[in-house]
Design a protein around this ligand. Structure first.
Ligand SMILES: Nc1nc2c(ncn2[C@@H]2O[C@H](COP(=O)(O)OP(=O)(O)OP(=O)(O)O)[C@@H](O)[C@H]2O)c(=O)[nH]1
Length: 428
């Protein structure tokens, strides 16, 4: 254990004590889970935060908003100005233990400053503005080592407006790039399909299918007024670190076969009378050609940096390239624009891993074996790609990945196990 893992015991349990009175217990502290809350303008994010801030849920939650308006209930109450703060502008402490604050930008070091002043929290919720792309926030989090020691990215939760999301997904950007709604849906780990009271029940399956066609692995919950059991959105450990038990929800998307998840409920129930509006080219189900692809994986010798799998997957995520194979002689880029990559991996020593990727950053974390035994047995190793350039080329991409991985594994085997020897062909 490194000394960086050793901290003074959680101060939040003894708010009345001065620093020098705090018992010097040197135990490793769990990272404070951080939930990134995203969603289009008006989807229901503030409604969710309002709910969290008012509920008695027994947790000390810091809700951090990076803008204040003047219309919602929460925002109009948050008027305690701390002018000496560099980044944290305002905060409001509530009697249920929650703390609401505003940061001038998405600079996440504000969170550490906040915890230094106000003690640790059980959970942090960081709300992005309605037009924000969550990916840079996640990337800056992964790239900020100081923050990473104290705070662990828990999950990306997107609130979508059931009545508006189909149109929002279709809105073109002048430069042809992803629009915000597409980015938010594609990046989410959990989607609250909110405002279901405004939609005909028979339309909900189609709308959900549209979301699934973009992001087949997100957990989708239908809500009205963003009302949800908080255990379904908080403390999920989706971006697990080895020391934190993984909740079954983390693995649920991997347990459910993707091809079923992507189908509408009517298809799954065998009801031949339902309409297939989601399969027409004009439907939002395939908005702007963003889609998901699941590639089954073998049990691997290793997933360490330098291993066959690491080499192939990092080339795919970083360079959009797959190795040349017998059927594709060139090493040409695949013209993929990946927004999100997820994987459930297993190695020959019985260890399981979760791969999480947002844009060109990815991380592979071991799954603690004891925590998910039952669910884990159900999960087949797989890699899920979410982005543009997949649709219509699923077979080609999967074949090139599988063949490239097989060749890389054979190469390592010939060389007597090159795993862990570094970035073998990364310099190419
Ligand atoms: N009918 C209905 N209205 C809702 C629901 N959820 C939220 N609203 C209303 O929708 C409006 C927008 O909700 P907000 O929670 O402010 O949305 P937001 O995502 O925070 O919006 P921005 O701050 O603009 O990004 C408010 O008037 C809410 O009362 C719902 O489930 N059904």
């Amino acid at each position: 254990m490194s000394t960086e893992d050793l901290r003074v015991e959680d101060l939040s349990v003894s708010d009345d004590l001065e620093m020098d009175e705090v018992p010097q217990l040197v135990e490793p502290l769990a990272k404070v889970p951080l939930t990134v809350l995203t969603g289009y303008l008006g989807a229901g994010k503030s409604t969710l935060l309002d709910y969290i801030l008012k509920e008695q849920h027994g947790r000390r939650i810091a809700v951090i908003m990076n803008e204040f308006g003047d219309t919602t209930d929460i925002e109009s109450k948050a008027i305690s100005v701390q002018s000496d703060e560099a980044m944290v502008e305002e905060w409001l402490e509530l009697n249920n233990g929650c703390l609401c604050c505003s940061v001038r930008d998405t600079g996440l070091l504000a969170i550490i400053n906040l915890m230094e002043k106000k003690g640790r929290f059980d959970q942090i919720m960081l709300e992005t503005t309605g037009l924000a792309d969550p990916a840079p926030i996640i990337e800056s989090f992964w790239n900020e080592p100081a923050l990473n020691l104290e705070v662990g990215l828990d999950a990306v939760v997107a609130v979508v407006d059931a009545a508006g999301i189909e149109k929002q997904l279709q809105e073109p950007r002048p430069d042809g790039s992803y629009n915000e709604a597409q980015r938010q849906v594609a990046t989410a780990d959990v989607i609250l399909l909110n405002k279901v009271d405004l939609v005909q029940p028979e339309d909900l399956d189609r709308i959900e299918a549209a979301l699934r066609s973009i992001n087949s692995t997100a957990l989708i919950h239908r809500t009205t007024r963003s009302s949800i059991d908080l255990s379904l959105i908080l403390d999920l450990n989706i971006y697990a670190s080895p020391s934190i038990p993984i909740r079954p929800e983390t693995l649920a998307p991997f347990v459910q076969p993707d091809d079923k998840a992507a189908q509408c409920a009517g298809c799954q129930s065998g009801d031949s009378s339902h309409s297939h509006t989601h399969s027409t080219s004009s439907s939002s189900a395939h908005a702007n050609d963003i889609s998901s692809l699941t590639i089954p994986l073998p049990v691997l010798p290793s997933v360490e940096n330098g291993s066959a799998f690491y080499r192939v997957v990092s080339r795919l995520i970083w360079d959009s390239k797959l190795p040349s194979t017998s059927t594709s002689s060139s090493d040409e880029p695949l013209s993929l624009d990946l927004l999100r990559t997820k994987g459930f991996l297993r190695t020959q020593d019985g260890q399981s891993y979760i791969l999480q990727g947002v844009r060109d950053i990815f991380d592979i974390s071991p799954v603690p074996p004891a925590t998910v035994a039952a669910e884990e047995r159900e999960v087949k190793p797989k890699l899920v790609l979410i982005g543009r350039g997949i649709k219509g080329r699923e077979g080609e991409i999967a074949r090139r990945f599988e063949e490239g991985l097989r060749m890389a594994l054979e190469e390592d085997e010939r060389e007597g196990g090159a795993d862990g020897e570094g970035d073998k062909d990364m310099a190419e």
